[in-house]
Design a protein around this ligand. Structure first.
Ligand SMILES: *Cc1c(COP(=O)(O)O)cnc(C)c1O
Length: 500
């Protein structure tokens, strides 16, 4: 690993100085130690760093300022919908009645939260055209598992045990085949056609009596609306299979396309994408799942129910034996669900439609601005809320790859877009600006990418060596992913990753 060290700091252990700082326990009883049974007492002090309070605060505040966030800049990470998270949401999520509610509180004292969850389920059902929604899954990936387990329960209950396959397009997110495998199915990959849509002939050939489900992302991960969706869904149902929609790209179609009405049997929402919530650091999110009539009996338990007297309660254990059971503790990631509710209520139906229209407009604006500089693998077809550009020609001419361009963007002060996803695009960049950015920001970002493309031709080494201005330069990403070493150990001399 190469380190420039400009803004990088030593670890808190290296800053520690014996005898410095130390917590002060107010009014500790004189016999505090004697009150702890001898067997429970430490033989030696814990190996904690010793620093005074301002040093500790500065250490962590400085570390936090190495972070890139939507609060600090443009975040065009495709497929992630890193939109601005309105501060109103944070206010709502921190209201003491929501934030301080014990997860095991009896229904009688949790009425406000239960009502909010019930109303959020209804809003998501309305937005998607689905019959009912569960809010339990912790993220989109777990929503997928929830949906596919319901599909498994559906086929099993009908004695349809030979349906062991799940069809997944080759442009799909890696969580789709992972979900099918985790639920015990075999994944069958369907290739994409030249226009980026599902290849209808290959799809028809793969579909049959062994197909349990088809997972489709619409708009696809290429940012393209699947124009043959009606035909595809008719084929799926004609074969006795069920259709799962990966709803990660819902931000493009709010108020324009209802998956439930189109004929999807089940879908997940990534509320931390479509309905705001900061999620760049790996969570928490929430992945509610909507179902049509066929899967209604299998929804996870407990559901939130409204009684005849307009009070709310959770289903009791065993109340609905057809349920696939619990997917997660308690009722879900409530803080994220409160944010989604606040976002939906603040926008209203017409506001949500405007969100999608503006997201699509912003993406097409950027797409057209970059068209002469990067390759357009699917021609100049209008995109939805995101689009793929490719550095394939730049690589052939200069040796500079998409990874290098992404690293150089860091020098220009931007978070790079998603790169090398979907896997089917050579040197691909998946760019998603979201509806929350100004035209000045979009222009400045386009200017940066155009400038980097010019650098790749005039001074490729500059781009190949980027980033020049970040605290850490090129990481060994494969090793970091395959053999993560997350525990700090003292290191000596040259092994120390931080400058002395
Ligand atoms: C983000 C995403 C997922 C997974 O969702 P998580 O909430 O990150 O678990 C699945 N499919 C697509 C297309 C996505 O973009």
């Amino acid at each position: 690993m190469s380190v420039t060290g400009k803004r990088l700091q030593s670890t808190i252990f290296e800053k520690s100085s014996p005898g410095r700082g130390g917590g002060k326990i107010p009014h500790a009883p004189a016999d505090a130690l004697a009150r702890i049974p001898a067997a429970a007492r430490r033989q030696s002090p814990p190996a904690l760093p010793e620093m005074n309070e301002p040093e500790v605060v500065r250490h962590y505040v400085n570390l936090s300022q190495l972070n890139y966030a939507v609060d600090t800049g443009f975040y065009p990470l495709g497929s992630c919908t890193m939109k601005w998270n309105p501060k109103l949401n944070e206010w709502a999520a921190r209201l003491p009645g929501f934030a301080n509610l014990h997860p095991l509180a009896p229904d009688a004292v949790a009425q406000g939260t239960l009502q909010l969850l019930w109303e959020l389920e209804a809003a998501l059902a309305e937005i998607s055209g689905m019959r009912a929604v569960t809010l339990q899954p912790a993220a989109g990936a777990q929503g997928e598992l929830t949906g596919i387990l319901m599909i498994r329960a559906y086929h099993r209950e009908r004695g349809d045990l030979d349906r062991t396959e799940v069809l997944v397009p080759d442009s799909s997110h890696g969580t789709n085949p992972a979900t099918a495998t985790m639920a015990g199915f075999t994944t069958v990959t369907v290739p994409s056609a030249a226009d980026g849509g599902v290849d209808l002939d290959a799809f028809t050939a793969a579909l049959g009596p062994r197909t349990a489900a088809v997972m489709i992302t619409n708009p696809s991960t290429l940012g393209l609306f699947e124009a043959r969706i009606g035909e595809l869904l008719d084929l799926v149902h004609g074969a006795g299979a069920l259709a799962y929609m990966d709803g990660a790209n819902l931000n493009a179609i709010l108020g324009r396309f209802k998956p439930g009405q189109a004929g999807f049997d089940v879908m997940h929402f990534n509320v931390h994408k479509t309905f705001s919530t900061p999620h760049g650091g790996g969570g928490p999110g929430a992945g509610p799942v909507g179902v049509g009539t066929s899967l209604l009996p299998y929804l996870p338990a407990p559901r939130v129910l409204r009684e005849a007297d307009d009070t709310f309660r959770l289903e009791r254990p065993g109340e609905r034996p057809s349920s696939i059971g619990r997917m997660r503790s308690f009722v879900g990631n409530t803080g994220v669900l409160v944010r989604a509710y606040a976002y939906i209520r603040a926008h209203g139906g017409s506001g949500l439609r405007e969100v999608s229209d503006d997201a699509v407009l912003a993406a097409n604006y950027l797409r057209v601005r970059l068209a002469g500089t990067f390759d357009e693998p699917y021609g100049d077809r209008a995109c939805k809320h995101e689009f793929v550009a490719s550095a394939s020609s730049i690589k052939k001419a200069t040796g500079v790859r998409t990874l290098d361009i992404a690293k150089r963007l860091i020098d220009y002060g931007y978070h790079p877009p998603t790169i090398y996803f979907p896997l089917i695009v050579d040197e691909g960049m998946l760019i998603e600006p979201t509806e929350t950015e100004t035209i000045e920001t979009l222009d400045a970002f386009a200017d940066a990418l155009i400038a980097i493309a010019a650098e790749a031709r005039s001074n490729p080494q500059l781009v190949l060596d980027a980033p020049h201005d970040a605290p850490v330069r090129r990481l060994d990403e494969a090793t970091a992913a395959r053999h993560p070493d997350l525990r700090w150990r003292p290191m000596a001399g040259a092994d120390t990753p931080c400058p002395d």
